[in-house]
Design a protein around this ligand. Sequence first.
Ligand code: HEC
Length: 133
Amino acid sequence: MNRLFVLTGVLACAIIACTSSAYAELKEEVETSAIMKKCFGKNGLCGTCIAQGKKGDWEDAAKTAKEFYELIEKLPKGEPKKGDKEQFVKKAKAFGTKVKAMKTAAEAKDETKFNTAVKGVQGACKGCHTAHR
Ligand code: HEC
């Protein structure tokens, strides 16, 4: 009887520990601030990708753009710091399309398209920050 009680307790703890760590991982994945830092902080993916494109290192630029896009794709699942969540999701999805254009242009080694896409990405920061940061 006693042993069963202890066993149940241990099991319950194991389940709680397991689910809470999985939850933490899930939460980390869509942490808006962490995504922003990785993409736009010091040595961030966006700046790195632009620099690689400028040098004509299209293979590296395409790789970096892929990583950049994979993170921005998760942005709609994150939370805005302020403002309406639905509006944030819309902006985040539209931003994803702009980042994807950078990736496509880098893969195509198309300098003109790449520069246009970069302008599109850089032009989108302010609107979202004003409403949601
Ligand atoms: C779809 C919305 C959206 C777009 C587009 C966006 N951001 Fe952000 N950004 C946010 C939000 C929301 C925060 C605040 C996150 C928090 O603190 O919870 C933020 C925070 C940041 C931070 C601070 C990160 C930190 O916590 O230290 C930087 C830097 C940043 N953004 C750079 C940029 C740049 C550069 C662009 C454009 C190239 C951009 N962002 C585009 C929503 C956006």
